[in-house]
Design a protein around this ligand. Structure first.
Ligand code: GDP
Ligand code: ZN
Length: 463
């Protein structure tokens, strides 16, 4: 992408490929209106007595090739003068018949008059470069178009509307205030009294660090909301993993058997638990085996643990953890930061009450009778929400790139806080500047062209 190209007028078919009722060709740039003038024959010529034509008024007419006078299509055209347009430039939209050949012919005529074909996402990229939207809004445009759930569309729409931008701007203001104070302290380091230090810290502890952390957490949580969690059910053979999976999924799916080691592959099952998505995987029992097929299953189980967001470790009720269970627990903890302990077969050990184990509050269930399953569902929900109370899904959910920027900013702000405590003003000023720069990336300030290329490569041509 070449910034020089910005001065050129671009055009593209904005409607999806294929056949439709109408198709739209979009033109943006300084030549927009003159291109329209040279290829458009209005049905009522008096409308063209004024030029450029009246803004935002649909005019009916024909697209005619100026060289050959061949009529390409009967259309409606509208002229929208910049800077109050999507791109911030003069924009023309031509509504023609929605067939690929006829639209292609109109586009060709437009291009023959000095426009060039737009790159994917170039209209939105121009909107960003011309200050019509910040990068968080531009990114959300593509999310909105590609949203596959109403929750995803809602979040994207909030971001397009500037929801994230406004929050980030608020935090940036606090950072800049802190920076100003830190820099003042740097200049008069002899005089920086305790009162000054405390007021800077107070600002950091209110307006900077907590909101940064909240947004970063919302990103984490949002991912779980949108995509659900992958939960692996693991445990020794015969503890009831398959039975538990069936009980949670509410159907007979994986093989339940009296013979240990029967679930030889990984069985996956999408389930909705308390309105949240989980993909359960029932894995082969973990133990050493001489059976080659079973060994493959065990390896897959280990892989499944590694890929999981949540591990449900199943053990038998009625007794303490066996050394094998303890080894499994260690393995689970190594592969995942969310682990649930479940004692199964509670029906065989009525009254069994597992005691808390380190950080764990084990859940006792019976896959057979369904006893305790509601408690397990609650624990799964809590694991997904990471202990946060959230009835409504968060409306503002930063994406991965934004999450990275938030975490960088958070880290710098936390460093700055330590420096301020030490009254190391110069280092504190540096860290505050870093925090600011990281956060500005979300708005697109100081973002490299490479990153912009990557972001806009997800767009289609014509958006
Ligand atoms: P896996 O090898 O861990 O997948 O265990 P399975 O789900 O195949 O179950 C092994 C055996 O334990 C089967 O005979 C099940 O019927 C039995 N079982 C599983 N869950 C329970 C339970 O909650 N109570 C009782 N009594 N038996 C169970
Ligand atoms: Zn099984």
């Amino acid at each position: 992408f070449d910034a020089m190209n910005l001065s050129q007028t671009i055009a593209a078919i904005a409607t999806p490929p294929g056949v439709g009722g109408i198709g739209v060709i979009r033109i943006s740039g300084s030549l927009s209106s003159s291109i329209l003038k040279s290829i458009f024959q209005p049905a009522h010529s008096s409308l063209f007595d004024i030029w450029p034509p009246q803004a935002y008024k649909l005019i009916r007419g024909k697209i005619v090739d100026p060289q050959t006078s061949a009529v390409k299509d009967d259309v409606l055209a509208v002229f929208m003068p910049g800077p109050g347009t999507y791109t911030g430039e003069d924009v023309v939209e031509i509504q023609g018949h929605g067939g690929p050949v006829v639209l292609g012919a109109v586009l060709e005529t437009v291009l023959s008059q000095g426009a060039r074909l737009a790159e994917p996402g170039e209209f939105t990229r121009r909107a960003f470069l011309n200050g019509r939207m910040d990068l968080s809004q531009a990114e959300a445009v593509v999310d909105l178009i590609h949203a596959r759930t109403s929750q995803a569309a809602k979040t994207a729409a909030t971001h397009v509307g500037g929801g994230l931008k406004n929050q980030v701007k608020g935090i940036l203001e606090s950072i800049m205030e802190c920076r100003a104070h830190v820099e003042a302290a740097l200049d008069f380091s002899e005089d920086a009294g305790d009162g000054e230090t405390e007021s800077i810290l107070a600002k950091l502890d209110q307006g900077v660090i907590p909101p940064l952390r909240e947004l970063a957490e919302a990103a984490e949580l949002g991912k779980a909301y949108m995509e659900g969690l992958k939960a692996a059910i693991v445990g020794r053979p015969n503890v009831g993993k398959s039975s538990l999976m069936n009980a949670l999924a509410g159907q007979e799916r994986s093989i339940v058997t009296e013979t240990p080691g029967a679930t030889r592959d990984v069985v996956r099952e999408p389930v909705l638990i308390r309105g949240l998505h989980f993909t359960l995987s029932d894995t082969a029992g973990m133990r050493t085996s001489s059976d080659a097929v079973e060994m493959i299953g065990i390896q897959r189980a280990k892989d499944a643990m590694g890929e999981s967001d949540l591990i449900i470790l199943v053990v038998e009720a009625g007794s303490d953890l066996s050394p094998e269970d303890q080894e499994l627990l260690r393995q689970a903890e190594r592969s995942c930061n969310r682990v649930l302990m479940v004692y199964n077969k509670l029906d065989l050990h009525p009254g069994f009450n597992p005691s808390p184990l380190g950080d764990y509050t084990p859940v006792a269930v019976s896959a057979k009778t369904g006893q305790g399953l509601e408690g397990l569902r609650q624990a799964m929900e809590k694991a997904l929400r990471q202990g946060r109370e959230l009835d409504a899904a968060p409306g503002i959910i930063p994406n991965l790139r934004q999450k990275g920027a938030l975490e960088d900013a958070l880290q710098s702000a936390a460093h700055a806080r330590d420096r301020i405590l030490e009254e190391a003003w110069e280092l504190a000023a540096f860290d505050m500047e870093e925090a600011q720069k990281s956060l500005e990336q979300i708005l697109g300030i100081g973002v490299s062209p490479d990153i912009l290329d990557r972001i806009f490569s997800y767009f289609c041509i014509g958006k």
